[in-house]
Write a protein that binds this ligand. Structure first.
Ligand code: CDT
Length: 311
């Protein structure tokens, strides 16, 4: 057995005027609970340090730059790193990343998650691949989802990292809906996929999907876990934030696809599970033994074609 106790640190709403330091205080409470529960790894949500700012349009794309981090850790996040290290807990943290200017003097904005080991070292970084929503002002919506304005699509793919006694990877919110996300990491032997999300219940392009948000959330993560023989940790920023209701339902999913822990509230809440990473092999070495059963030559479109080409 390769047991690791994992915590999913769900956050409730973060108000527009809430400071990073106030949010970090909330995280420290959850870290303390995680320590009491014996956690070695804690997963925080997507954009965990601020309100979900892409719901507001600014004409100047830099109008929201104060919501981005230019260093990690920075002065306000350092206490989180210090306390996690003191407790011997590693963590995944989602935040908005504003890069240094590149060789052409251009800065880049990404929806990023970093993975910090128990000794405080940063072992991995993931930048969101599938950026949902829209780029331009759409005032007809009750609230907007302007991620495509405020974040670039990552070109770094889905790396995995050795850490926490296994092979671990990350994905961010909308990435969880795409089977390619899990399979890319599955092909690298991933054993824990950590996913933070902010999912408004109301989906303006098709409100008929509103009632299915919880179902779809679990459907895609459970399928990704099972089909790749991996643990999946899905962590929400839930509750009603600046008038927008967001899904909670954070959960920890076994390689069987079964949910082994689920949040009961829509606020700050820690859920935990003991994850045996050896459980992954039961699926990776049998039904989903990729080296025996996969037929990549039969899936050529998946790696090359973007949209649908009907016959
Ligand atoms: N943050 C994020 O990616 N949210 C999307 C909302 C749907 S697209 C408007 C999600 O897939 O949950």
């Amino acid at each position: 057995m390769r047991n690791i106790t994992i915590g999913a640190a769900q956050l409730g709403p973060i108000a527009k005027d809430e400071s990073r330091s106030q949010v970090v205080e909330r995280m420290l409470v959850l870290l303390g609970q995680a320590s009491d529960a014996g956690c070695e790894l804690v997963v925080f949500p997507e954009l965990a340090l601020t309100t979900f700012f892409p719901r507001w349009y600014t004409e100047d794309i830099g109008g929201h730059d104060h919501y981005y981090e230019t260093q990690m850790p920075g002065p306000e996040t350092q206490p989180l790193f210090d306390e996690a290290k003191r407790l011997g807990i590693g963590f995944a943290l989602g935040y908005a990343e504003l890069t240094e200017p590149d060789a052409d003097g251009v800065v880049h904005r990404y929806n990023t998650t970093i993975l910090v080991e128990r000794d405080g070292s940063v072992v991995g970084r993931f930048r969101k691949v599938h950026i949902p929503g829209h780029e331009n002002d759409e005032p007809w919506r009750p609230f907007q989802h302007l991620e495509r304005r405020y974040f670039e699509e990552s070109n770094e793919g889905f790396p995995v990292f050795r850490g926490f006694g296994g092979i671990v990877g990350m994905a961010t919110c909308n990435d969880r809906r795409w089977p390619e996300t899990y399979r890319e990491m599955g092909l690298q032997g991933v054993e824990i996929v950590m996913i933070g999300y902010n999912t408004p219940i109301h989906y303006a392009p098709d409100p008929g999907q509103n009632a299915l948000q919880g179902f779809h959330n679990h459907l895609c993560m459970q399928a990704g876990a099972y089909q790749n023989g991996t643990w999946v940790v899905g962590v929400a920023k839930g509750g009603t934030e600046e008038g927008v209701e967001s899904l909670a339902q954070s959960c920890i999913i076994a390689p069987s696809g079964q949910i082994v822990a689920q949040a009961l509230s829509t606020g700050d809440e820690l859920i935990t599970a003991v994850a045996d990473l050896d459980w992954c092999a039961k699926y990776k070495d049998t039904l989903f033994d990729f080296s025996t059963y996969r037929r990549p030559e039969m899936y050529q479109r998946i790696g090359s074609q973007k949209g649908v080409i009907a016959p």
